[in-house]
Design a protein around this ligand. Sequence first.
Ligand SMILES: Nc1ncnc2c1ncn2[C@@H]1O[C@H](COP(=O)(O)OP(=O)(O)OP(=O)(O)O)[C@@H](O)[C@H]1O
Ligand SMILES: [Mg+2]
Length: 252
Amino acid sequence: MSEIALYTKDLSVYYGEKQAVKRVSMAFPSRQVIALIGPSGCGKSTFLRSLNRMNDLIAGARIEGEIWIGNDNICDPQTDVVQLRQKIGMVWQRPNPFHKSIYENIAFGPRYHGVRKRAELDEIVETTLRKTALWDEVKDRLHQSALSLSGGQQQRLCIARSLAVKPSILLMDEPASALDPISTSKIEELIAELKKEYTIIIVTHNMHQAARISDKTGFFLLGDLIEYDDTQKIFTNPSKKSTDDYISGRFG
Ligand SMILES: Nc1ncnc2c1ncn2[C@@H]1O[C@H](COP(=O)(O)OP(=O)(O)OP(=O)(O)O)[C@@H](O)[C@H]1O
Ligand SMILES: [Mg+2]
C-alpha cells in the first residue's frame, strides 16, 4: 500500500445554489500521477481548485466536506492558506509568468516565504530550472523578461516557479492544452520525472495523455465522480458504461 498524500471525503462545491461537485471522496497516493477526466463543465477544475482552497478567491463559491493532508482537514477555517498553497502548488492551463525576469519569477515565492540570501536564491533558481529541463535553455538570459520565452518554455517556467517553494503536491489544470505537440511531450516527460518526488493531480481532456502519463484516473460527470481506478483498468476495462462511452469518444 502506498502512502496517501491527500484525500477528500464527501467533498461538495457550490457556486451559489448550483452544486458543481457532488460529495466526491477520492484518495491520492503519494508520488503518483492522478488524471481527472470528463466532459466540459463536469467540475474537474472546480474540484482541483478546491484542493488548495483556490475557490476561496471566487465570490459565491462554498465548500462542504473534508480534505485531509495527514492529520489536518484543510477545509478548517483556521487553515493557513498561504502555507497550504506552499505545500500544494498549482499550474494553470495558460502559462501565466509574472511580468518579471526569468530569475525573479522563481525567486518571488521563496523570497515571500523568507529566503533572503542571494546565494540561496541563486541555488533555488538553478535547481528548479534544472528540474524542469530549462536551465540549459535560459542560463545565459536569467535577467531577461519571462515573456521573451516561448509558450512551452513559459509553462515549464511556471512549473519551476511552483516547485521553488518546495511543495509536495502539484495541481495541474490542462497544463499542455495551449501548447504545440513538442512542448506537450516535454511537459509529459517532465511530469514523469517529477513524480519521483511529487504527487501530481492533473486535469486533461486528452485521453491519450491521461493513459500515457497517469497511474490512476478519475472520471467525472455532472459533478459526480463516476469511477476512479488504476489508469490501466479505466482505459481497458472500465466498470461503468458511461466511463466506457466517454473514453471511447461516444460523448463529451
Ligand atoms: N466562478 C464560477 N461561478 C459560477 N459557476 C461556475 C464558476 N466556475 C465554474 N462554474 C460552473 O461549475 C460547473 C463546473 O465547472 P468547471 O470549470 O469545474 O468544469 P470543468 O470540468 O473544469 O470544465 P472544462 O473541461 O470545460 O474546463 C460548470 O457548470 C460551470 O459553469
Ligand atoms: Mg476546467
